[in-house]
Design a protein around this ligand. Structure first.
Ligand SMILES: Cc1cc2nc3c(=O)[nH]c(=O)nc-3n(C[C@H](O)[C@H](O)[C@H](O)COP(=O)(O)OP(=O)(O)OC[C@H]3O[C@@H](n4cnc5c(N)ncnc54)[C@H](O)[C@@H]3O)c2cc1C
Ligand SMILES: NC(=O)c1ccc[n+]([C@@H]2O[C@H](COP(=O)([O-])OP(=O)(O)OC[C@H]3O[C@@H](n4cnc5c(N)ncnc54)[C@H](O)[C@@H]3O)[C@@H](O)[C@H]2O)c1
Length: 444
């Protein structure tokens, strides 16, 4: 191994890298991390952290609204202040991460990396060699290739808006489209969502998605179905989006039509590393078609959701594999996910579509949580849960729509992942009253 500069060299510094690279370095491995942009990648800089910081006032606004005047406040969001607060909260994260990595002995190499052979990456004319390479280059926003595409903005631009435009048009019906629609609407913008077909958030329970969309419509968000954009033109004081369903006039356009794996320009094809439309193809050990080159995080072609906790799990799996304390293929646990709308929709484990398709295996119990006295404390009016049990009465899946859905799903996750039996469920004594106590009540 000593002929190489490093034991492991990572391309990219996001969660798919640092959650595993750090402990690996602490265990004495020689690690290099190459980063072309900000340390930490999408999640802390242009994703989860930025988004959830901007969303905090929305949660508060909704709670004030539900309290029906118990607390006197307008709930109006001061967008420039919200933006400034978000910036304060996230701006030191890259430095903090870089300091931790350097303190653990990791070499940070800045610049755009490209593989030149199975052990070598070139950055700005210099080459670095390692026994193992990990490609963790993430994804970038897809931008529609239409006339006037220069007027389209991506989620990074949206999360950095200094001033909230009066009118926003959002293209797409995925996580980013719905979260941004919620945020912009709550901040006072007039929001139109252009849908490719007729449904949004296809990975979630359609009945719960309909409830959330109905609430957004009530708040003034306009959804236009089958409105594929064909062109954008500039008028005197605004923009016009020409769609299959007519012309939409707007001040600002967010293109949230998906994200694409960063596989181009890395020299992958030259090395015979297989890729497809979804990313880099790997085996169950996250190994590419070149045995000493691995891939991790969003850049992977995979069946599990492309989320931060998935990237973290993969980077830690590789850490254990490289350190020799893991020999088995990767085995993903139940992965919890939410869309940060208001109310949220969160889910984990077996999903509703699978449960409905297999009634002999799964039993779905639906509860309207408005009847739950604890939810009445915070006047939760859109609050429903679907619990999925197997034939042994073990909880195998949950999906909830409510303001507190994230905490409910997180608190039920151990029961799902470890297959708690009814007897074990009875032994769980949560703090009372609390959301976890409410989530676990009547499960056994
Ligand atoms: C707006 C938004 C909101 C999101 N919200 C959530 C959320 O709430 N919860 C959640 O779980 N997930 C969320 N996600 C998804 C989450 O951000 C990703 O799943 C996660 O960041 C993936 O980590 P990664 O390390 O695989 O990729 P990234 O974090 O994208 O890191 C890849 C890194 O590689 C670098 N890189 C790329 N090419 C090269 C090269 N050639 N040389 C050197 N460096 C290179 C990039 O600059 C980048 O820093 C969100 C994503 C977006 C866009
Ligand atoms: N809360 C979270 O965990 C969170 C939040 C944001 C993003 N993310 C992650 O980031 C990734 C990207 O999110 P996203 O919302 O960009 O993607 P997405 O795949 O969730 O949604 C893309 C949307 O664009 C639409 N679309 C696709 N092609 C189109 C076209 N040509 N014209 C018009 N519309 C088109 C799709 O129908 C879909 O509704 C996802 O993998 C997601 O896991 C997660």
């Amino acid at each position: 191994m000593t002929e190489f500069d490093y034991d492991v060299l990572y391309l990219g510094s996001g969660h798919a890298t640092f959650d595993g690279a750090l402990p690996l370095a602490e265990r004495g491995f020689r690690i290099g991390v190459i980063e072309a942009d900000r340390i930490g990648g999408t999640c802390p800089n242009w994703g989860c952290n930025a988004k959830v910081a901007l969303d905090e006032p929305v949660t508060l606004q909704r709670e004030l609204e539900r309290m029906h005047g118990t607390v006197a406040a307008s709930g109006q969001i001061d967008w420039p202040k919200n933006q400034a607060h978000k910036q304060t909260v996230i701006e030191d994260i890259p430095t903090g991460l870089a300091d931790s990595m350097e303190a653990a002995g990791i070499d940070l190499i800045f610049g755009k990396g490209r593989l030149v052979d199975a052990h070598t990456i070139e950055v700005a004319g210099r080459t670095y060699q390692a026994d193992k390479l990990v490609i963790a280059t993430g994804m970038h926003p897809h931008i529609l290739d239409i006339p006037g595409k220069e007027y389209l903005h991506d989620s990074t631009d949206f999360l950095a808006l200094k001033k909230m435009p009066k009118q926003i048009t959002i293209i797409g019906g995925g996580y980013i489209a719905l979260e941004s629609a919620t945020l912009a609407n709550a901040a006072g913008s007039d929001v139109t969502v252009l849908l490719h077909h007729d449904r949004v958030l296809r990975a979630f329970d359609p009945a719960f998605v309909d409830l959330m969309v109905a609430d957004l419509k009530k708040r003034g968000v306009r959804f236009i179905k089958s409105a594929q954009p064909k062109a954008v033109t500039a008028a005197a004081s605004n923009l016009q989006v020409h769609t299959a369903a007519g012309i939409v006039t707007t001040d600002w356009i967010l293109d949230a039509s998906g994200r694409i794996a960063n596989t181009k320009g890395l020299g992958l094809a030259e090395l015979g590393i297989e890729t497809n439309e979804d990313g880099i193809v790997v085996n169950d050990y996250l190994q590419t078609t070149v045995p000493n080159i691995y891939a991790s995080g969003d850049v992977l072609s995979k069946d599990v959701p492309k989320l931060t906790p998935t990237a973290m799990f993969e980077s830690r799996y590789l850490m254990h594999l490289f350190a020799g304390d893991e020999k088995a293929p990767i085995r993903y646990p139940a992965i919890a996910t939410t869309v940060f709308t208001s109310p949220r929709i969160a889910q984990a484990g077996v999903d509703i579509a699978t449960a409905q398709a297999n009634p002999a295996i799964y039993r779905i119990v639906e509860r309207d949580l408005k009847q739950n006295w604890y939810r009445q404390v915070s006047y939760e009016d859109i609050a429903k849960v679907k619990l999925i049990f197997n034939q042994q009465n073990q909880l195998v899946g949950v999906t909830e729509i409510s303001e507190q859905a994230v905490d409910v799903v997180n608190s039920l996750l151990p029961a799902i992942e470890f297959g708690f039996t009814p007897d074990q469920l009875e032994r769980i004594i949560n703090i009372f009253p609390s959301i976890s106590a409410s989530a676990y009540s009547k499960l056994a």
